[in-house]
Design a protein around this ligand. Sequence first.
Ligand SMILES: Nc1ncnc2c1ncn2[C@@H]1O[C@H](COP(=O)(O)OP(=O)(O)OP(=O)(O)O)[C@@H](O)[C@H]1O
Ligand SMILES: [Mg+2]
Length: 227
Amino acid sequence: MKILEARGAWKIYENGVVRVEAVRGADFAVEDGEFVAVMGPSGSGKTTLLSMLGAMLSPTRGEIVVEGRSLADLSPRDLSCLRRRKIGFVFQAFNLFSALTARQNVEVGLRLRGFEGSAVAEEALKALDAVGLSRRADFVPADMSGGEKQRVSIARALAGGPQFILADEPTGALDAQNGKAVMELLAQRARESRAAVVVVTHDSRVAQFMDRVLHMDDGRLKGSGSG
Ligand SMILES: Nc1ncnc2c1ncn2[C@@H]1O[C@H](COP(=O)(O)OP(=O)(O)OP(=O)(O)O)[C@@H](O)[C@H]1O
Ligand SMILES: [Mg+2]
């Protein structure tokens, strides 16, 4: 079943000085349990597309449809609820809270997702363990390596088992072994938890993990549609 779709989605950035057609008419659908990669050169619109799918950026034209409902029809409150509870987003630039430890960063995500009480700490440790970081749970971002910060951001996105996982270059800062482990973890979330997983990547080695690989070039998505 298609649970996440872009229908003729355009994003045009315009500020009076520049006008950039970052995404030009993307048609794209992901099913539950599917693991899809979007590849393409720098500046081709991948982060913009992923941000629209993650309900963080609204399309200039066209629509994003989640579980059969257009995001344009949701109230601000329902939109915020969707973002917090159902979507796990791995940011290209990690976006960790610098004053919080790895554990606390993951716990913030879990609380937003509705977790309470002792489950918060338990799930946070589970998520950090899944990315091999339980030993760094009490480190703040400034004391971690780039790859460790990236893995905290992945733990935060995956903690509590969101229905949609959108990951922007989740292996960009990782060595081959950790990169493979992260891809396997994402693949497992798709297969076992039936999450819809979309990964933006430059890493051509990921193709082996994917149900489908889409290509983006100059704002245009190719090989799109549902698998
Ligand atoms: N807020 C913005 N205002 C104006 N232009 C923007 C804005 N954000 C992105 N762009 C432009 O839109 C295009 C697509 O950007 P985007 O970040 O989606 O690319 P990307 O494929 O993720 O690139 P990368 O692989 O380098 O992360 C780029 O040309 C970029 O300069
Ligand atoms: Mg990007």
